[in-house]
Design a protein around this ligand. Structure first.
Ligand code: DGL
Length: 265
């Protein structure tokens, strides 16, 4: 059986690259819902329905384990899918999100005053603050919605990101954050720019840097799941819409050629 990785679009290929580099022998299916990206400005109900369809597709493709790489889908759909959908439809399979592992990483690296940049949905949902409160109520988190970033990144506009990024970061820097969570699959692509803009004492907490090790650790702690996984290094890359520019963008984000396959959920 395979490992599924789901994102609203192509940004999750950054994390997929990091995971497949760290754990190359497993079989993977990436699914990007390019027909409906961006999820960030949508309602929770719409994001839940899209995510449920995506998860259904990946389970039908024989995934044992699905990582919802998309922070927006994690915020809207993860708990509900784990609590309501999974026990009824696929009780032996697993769905993992990104919010709690990201906060674990931020806390284990000793941060006390966190910043977060993410989509409007993630920020308005307060999911990071809610989960952080359960883990360590002493730690503060200051969140800033950054809705212009995904459209710019998805449209090859990295050269134009600096100005809005500086504006978005100013209130977080003023709040004296000591670590910045990049709470969106696309934002690891901004690391070089962020390093230029942020004062050096602010660490970047970027999901592609630590989620592969967290997945490895999860598989070690769950040998019953790991034992079901096939190891032929077979990778499939599926999208729900395949516009002409997507293939070029996917190759660029993944850092080597990938063959996008259009699927109907
Ligand atoms: N992939 C989404 C996330 O990680 C951001 C892009 C979107 O708005 O769909 O939150």
């Amino acid at each position: 059986m395979k490992i599924g990785i789901f994102d609203s679009g192509l940004g999750g290929l950054v994390l997929t690259k990091a995971i497949t580099n760290a754990l190359p022998t497993y079989d993977y299916i990436y699914l990007g819902d390019t027909l409906h990206v961006p999820y960030g400005p949508r309602s929770g109900e719409a994001i839940y329905e899209f995510t449920k369809k995506a998860v259904d597709f990946l389970f039908r493709q024989d995934c044992q384990l699905i990582i919802i790489a998309c922070n927006t889908a994690s915020a809207s759909a993860l708990r509900r899918l784990q609590q309501e959908y999974l026990p009824v439809h696929y009780p032996q399979r697993r769905i993992l999100g990104v919010v709690v592992p990201t906060l674990e990483e931020a806390l284990s690296s000793g941060h006390h005053n966190l910043g977060l940049i993410a989509t409007s949905f993630v920020v308005n949902s307060d999911i990071y603050a809610i989960e952080l409160q359960k883990m360590d109520p002493q730690i503060k988190i200051c969140a800033k919605a950054t809705p212009l970033l995904v459209p710019l990144i998805e449209n090859d506009g990295l050269d134009y990101v600096s100005a809005p990024l500086k504006d978005y970061l100013k209130p977080l820097i003023d709040q004296k954050i000591d670590g910045l969570i990049l709470g969106c699959t696309h934002y690891p692509l901004l690391k070089p720019l962020l390093k230029n803009i942020l004062p050096p004492h602010i660490d970047l907490i970027s999901q592609d840097d630590f989620l592969p090790a967290k997945l490895e650790n999860y598989l070690e702690r769950h040998p019953e799941i790991e034992a079901t996984l096939s190891r032929k290094s077979h990778y499939r890359f599926c999208v729900t819409d395949l516009a002409a520019s997507y293939q070029t963008m996917a190759n660029k984000i993944f850092g080597k050629p990938v063959k996008l396959e259009k699927v109907v959920l």
